[in-house]
Design a protein around this ligand. Structure first.
Ligand SMILES: [Fe+2]
Length: 310
């Protein structure tokens, strides 16, 4: 195999071969100069456009200098083509280390974090039964909320449009808010938000009572930073929380994922919280509550946190 064939094979195989190649300091390649192993034991070839000068031990006299920033094989191919077109003048000495990785390097970027914990993890203790009783008590008294649900075709009851002061109305909701503040602060830490001197503060908190057959269609929470729900009553067989890949609108012609695809690659993910859990997500994440197939009510308390003004 002549060198031209070798380079052509090398360039083409990088596109189809699961082994990836990492190129360092290279503009033009005329021969394989040697081979060795990198710090992590990865094998590499040393390539050069000049016949190597060796010392007595048969090692290259000129030390190889490495330049930061690996480039991709496609970039190398482009450079080779460009250099070939300009081959009327001598090319400078160049070296390349070509690493053969035992595995492709694949990483996850732009991840979507979902926070799940027990509401009482940071205290104060909130009794789910007492919280449930408070939810029903408030729902019964909230005629404006009941009217709003009826007028807007909302199944069951929500205080979203009628009450903005649950923490003031009921001591147990004041405890819920204290607990949520701690969870949201922990999640903000995990998300590595740079909040400067401003903190995330509660914007809205509301009750949801979803009877059998009730559902809450896909939506997101604009103008907020963190949203979430704590679960008060989750009868056997009730609906999970369905989360949607935030990029789904851009998938267009992409094939669907396999049914048994890894959870972090699926387009829709179902969370199955239990009573006393709290789930948090970034407010731009689209989510829905599928139909409650249980005979009993699904009761939850949802909330939004915003980035407080200075
Ligand atoms: Fe929501």
């Amino acid at each position: 195999m002549c060198l031209g064939h070798l380079v052509a094979w090398w360039v083409m195989s990088a596109r189809t071969n699961p082994y990836s190649l990492r190129i360092r300091r290279c503009r033009y390649i005329r021969g394989i100069r040697g081979e060795g192993k990198g710090k992590m034991g990865r094998p590499y070839f040393i390539m050069s456009n000049r016949t190597p000068r060796l010392n007595r031990r048969g090692e290259a006299k000129r030390p190889l200098r490495r330049r930061d920033g690996p480039c991709q094989i496609a970039g190398l191919a482009a450079m080779l083509r460009q250099r070939s077109a300009q081959s009327s003048h001598p090319l400078p000495l160049m070296h390349a280390r070509v690493y053969h990785h035992p595995m492709s390097q694949i990483e996850s970027l732009f991840v979507t974090r979902i926070y799940r914990a027990e509401l009482n993890e940071f205290g104060p203790g909130v009794d789910p039964d007492e919280l449930e009783a408070s939810c029903y008590g408030i729902a019964e008294d909230d005629e404006a909320g009941q009217d709003w649900c009826e007028e807007n075709g909302y199944p069951g009851y929500t205080s979203y449009a009628s009450l903005t002061d649950l923490g003031w109305r009921s001591p147990i909701f004041a405890d819920v808010i204290k607990a949520l503040d701690a969870h949201v602060a922990a999640f903000a830490e995990d998300l590595e938000f740079d909040l400067a001197d401003r903190k995330l503060e509660l914007e809205d908190l509301w009750i949801n009572i979803l009877p059998e057959g009730g559902m809450h269609s896909s939506h997101l929470h604009p103008h907020s930073v963190i949203s979430g729900t704590t679960y008060v009553s989750m009868p056997e067989g009730t609906s999970s929380l369905k989360l949607e890949d935030p990029r789904s609108g851009r998938l267009m012609a992409a094939p669907p994922r396999k049914k048994d695809a890894r959870r972090d690659l699926q387009t829709f993910v179902y969370m199955e919280p239990k009573v006393g859990d709290v789930l948090l997500w970034e407010s731009w994440l689209r989510h829905e509550v599928p139909m409650n197939m249980a005979e009993d009510d699904r009761v939850s308390v949802s909330f939004n946190y915003k980035w407080a003004a200075e």
